[in-house]
Ligand binder design. Structure first.
Ligand SMILES: [Zn+2]
Length: 118
């Protein structure tokens, strides 16, 4: 991968990182608002519980993506970005364009998913 492409991926990863941070902040704020709202007859607490569970799941997924993005940014710095963590071959650039924080090439990804029984 050339420097220009690397810079492009770095830009994409950094803006996605910012987006996730904003979303996480917004989610936490929403939950806080929900709990801080005055309890009254119009509030169904089971709805509050269900929606905060959904938000927790979203939260968890975003945090995981954030972790992968941080990992990718670190790899850009170290100079081994785009190298599969499984077989150490270069990950196809078209795959990186769809998923810039990918850790595995398609082959390893499939093996990994099979081993997890997905
Ligand atoms: Zn691989």
């Amino acid at each position: 991968m050339d420097t220009k492409q690397l810079e492009k991926f770095k830009e994409i990863l950094e803006s996605r990182k910012q987006e996730i941070l904003n979303q996480l902040y917004q989610t936490n704020k929403d939950i806080e608002d929900l709990y801080n709202s005055e309890p009254n007859d119009n509030i169904d607490f089971s709805v509050i519980t269900a929606s905060s569970q959904i938000e927790e799941t979203i939260d968890h997924n975003l945090k995981q993506e954030l972790e992968y993005i941080e990992n990718s940014l670190l790899r850009i710095k170290k100079g081994n970005y785009g190298i599969c963590e499984g077989c150490e071959e270069e990950i196809n650039i078209e795959r990186l364009k769809i998923k810039p924080h990918a850790r595995y090439c398609i082959n390893c990804r499939e093996k990994y998913e099979k081993s997890k029984g997905l």
